[in-house]
Write a protein that binds this ligand. Sequence first.
Ligand SMILES: CC(C)(COP(=O)(O)OP(=O)(O)OC[C@H]1O[C@@H](n2cnc3c(N)ncnc32)[C@H](O)[C@@H]1OP(=O)(O)O)[C@@H](O)C(=O)NCCC(=O)NCCS
Length: 241
Amino acid sequence: MLEAKDLLKATLDNGRALMRIPEDEGQSQPGEVRTPVLIPIRSLGVNHRGRIERHLLALSPQDRYLRFGYAAQDTHIERYVAGLDFDRDEIFGIYNRKLQLLAVAHLAYSVDAEFQSCAEFGVSVSASARGRHYGSRLFERAAMHASNDGVHLMFIHALSENSAMLNIARKAGATVERDGMESEAFLYLPKATLDSRMTELIEEQLGQTDYRIKQQARQFWRLLSQIQKVRRTLTGDDSKH
Ligand SMILES: CC(C)(COP(=O)(O)OP(=O)(O)OC[C@H]1O[C@@H](n2cnc3c(N)ncnc32)[C@H](O)[C@@H]1OP(=O)(O)O)[C@@H](O)C(=O)NCCC(=O)NCCS
């Protein structure tokens, strides 16, 4: 776990040292230990709806089944995304350099006033980005956010065959109850502290900064390629490219 001073240092240097995403390093091999890096996670607003939809639609039928608990068709996913309530719930995401969403987590708050201190966690990681602890980090981030929001109990509904998800929940200290093909995991959350609030603030700041850097880099490369195109047209050098 990173300490507050590491996070502060990362904020001061725009997070360059910690925000390396091992995008090109492929999936971890079993037993392989990788140097931990901070994974920039940001909360997603309504203007990210389109990218959330693209991320979910790209999941295979089996992953859709694991994520939603049923064989979700495109129309189900579109309806789910259209119904996301960004004011009530919290949606977290991890972007790559091309600003594609590699992972999305949904922390859904109870709509029932009687269960206001409960929230449900759901997550998906793109197949090409698995095994980099994105799922685990999103779980930790969601648990910290929920705790800071006064939630006492976070639960996860998963199919019993979903070893990866149940592994994440168990490692975080959740109690898993199996009921045939389905399982429920319950995680009792600690009370918020000044440290948990500060850590979340800094992590969100890093996630936002990382996103802005990626956005600017993309805009810069687009501009460069336009300049090159104009230059090639002016010099009549089009045939070479
Ligand atoms: C479940 C899911 C989110 C995990 O994402 P991930 O980023 O690959 O998970 P992590 O890298 O954080 O790995 C979590 C742990 O599970 C283990 N794990 C990963 N895949 C596993 C598998 N197929 N079987 C058993 N364990 C597995 C990892 O080794 C890791 O344990 P470790 O910390 O001891 O090394 C991802 O597989 C996914 O999107 N699945 C489809 C949708 C889904 O099932 N969502 C969950 C239901 S809400």
